[in-house]
Write a protein that binds this ligand. Structure first.
Ligand code: F3S
Length: 433
């Protein structure tokens, strides 16, 4: 890999404050980039990862070597180094924290041990001291971190990566804890994959032949798309309904879950697909697929395959984290109602969205109906559902995909309205569109 003078100085250890940690970070990026066949690094000023977060298990694991202290832990765990360093310098580049595993305000309700909360809070303080912005959400693009078209980023979290590439036209691969920590320390990331324009072109064509009028429609199409193209790049044609942040959010999250989609184009809607020809460039479609009423019905049945009992215990909304518009919708659906004594309703969002919800009175409306708004995490991330849950329901194809595997519950997928009705009646009545 070719390094410029700045990168070589970091790799050599230039004697600047924090040089040892930057040296470890650069060493990691060179090893990682070379394994991928990258020829160089690219500068980034936008990192989204989990820098500084760890669990009590990780602390105890490294404490055996005497490396349980925060900076030493960071160098061992986040920078994947065999040797610890005592000084981690402040981030060299803008870095935000993604979702965590803990909502400290609802730890007891989620069954989080108190020692874990305390350690988590110390970790958050450490991350903040390093200059990490504590957004604590899987939707940084809806919460103040909105990269511009062509911007090189280093993001983790599959649903955020696919949004970043496809909807914003910014450029990122799906990075990991260590590579985002190294990017944060150096302002660099290997130049490969989605950073290269030629790797962003369409590979499969999907002709959409049904109306795409709801968030649920977009979630189902995303799920179908991921199953069909796996990790490759689809170009969707025939969609005339206007898209929105929420529709893209649910489409991308579903496509990244049922497959490994990191980028998609919607002809005429997404920034690198103003025309279908431009989306494909010189590529010929590997396959030409159709998404009509039959495919939509089959997809609905696939997503709902784990749902058997109509008696619903738990309604989970907010995957990916709800926007303020979605919380407003939930509040309107719940206004003046009361959820069944047999169900629990948890809505997950970012802290800053909850703050607006509080000020707008939506939190009060939702709480008066018996629901709870949680932040920083979700049921899948924290592997936490209300005690005794056997059957869950959600408006997220992604969450329906993961929740049964992670928590062992049955899960139904439907519209937000289906879910709220299930919360109120305790019965699942959702139907295929
Ligand atoms: Fe976010 Fe959890 Fe879904 S982290 S994307 S709400 S699985």
């Amino acid at each position: 890999m070719k390094l410029n003078a700045d990168e070589q100085a970091m790799l050599d250890g230039d004697g600047a404050p924090g040089a040892e940690a930057r040296q470890k970070a650069m060493n990691l990026l060179v090893r990682y980039g070379e394994a991928l066949g990258a020829e160089k690094l690219v500068a980034t000023n936008n990192v989204a990862g989990t820098a500084g977060s760890s669990s009590t298990f990780i602390r105890d694991y490294y404490a055996k070597d005497g490396d349980g202290e925060r900076d030493r832990l960071f160098s061992r765990f986040d920078l994947d180094s065999d040797e610890a360093t005592d000084h981690i310098p402040v981030a060299r580049t803008f870095t935000c924290h993604l979702q965590t595993r803990i909502d400290p305000d609802h730890a007891e309700m989620m069954g989080t041990p108190s020692g874990a909360v305390e350690f988590h809070q110390e970790g958050q303080a450490h991350s903040a001291s390093l200059g990490v912005q504590l957004l604590n959400t899987c939707t940084p693009y809806a919460n103040g971190n909105v990269p511009v078209r062509g911007e090189h980023c280093a993001w983790m979290e599959s649903s955020a990566v696919v949004y970043c590439n496809s909807v914003l036209g910014a450029r990122t691969n799906t990075e990991g804890r260590e590579s985002t920590a190294a990017a944060m320390m150096t302002g660099k990331i290997p130049y490969w994959g989605f950073h290269l324009p030629e790797n962003r072109l369409g590979q499969h064509r999907i002709q959409v032949e049904v109306e795409m009028d709801s968030v649920m429609d977009w979630g189902m199409l995303g799920y179908f798309t991921g199953e069909a193209v796996e990790e490759e790049i689809p170009v969707l044609t025939g969609i005339e309904a206007p898209a929105s942040l929420i529709r893209h959010k649910h489409f991308g999250a579903a496509a990244a879950s049922s497959g490994g989609v990191e980028m998609y184009h919607v002809a005429g809607l997404t920034p690198e697909a103003d025309t279908e020809d431009r989306a494909f460039g010189p590529n010929k479609p590997i396959q030409d697929l159709k998404y009509g009423p039959t495919e939509r019905r089959r997809t609905y049945e696939t997503i709902n395959a784990s749902g058997h009992s109509d008696d619903v215990d738990y309604i989970m909304l907010g995957c990916p984290h709800y926007t303020i518009e979605q919380i407003w919708e939930a509040a309107r659906l719940l206004d003046g109602k009361r959820i069944s004594t047999n169900t629990a309703l948890w809505i997950f969002t970012a802290r800053q969205v909850k703050d607006v919800s509080d000020r707008n009175g939506y939190t009060k409306t939702i709480e008066e109906a018996g629901g709870v708004i949680l932040t920083d995490t979700c049921s899948a991330m924290s592997a936490a559902v209300p005690k005794g849950t056997r059957v869950a329901a959600t408006d997220s194809a992604k969450q329906t995909h993961y929740l049964p595997a992670i928590t062992g519950v049955e899960a139904w997928f439907g519209s937000t309205q289906d879910c709220v009705e299930a919360a109120i009646t305790g019965k699942w009545k959702g139907e295929a569109p």
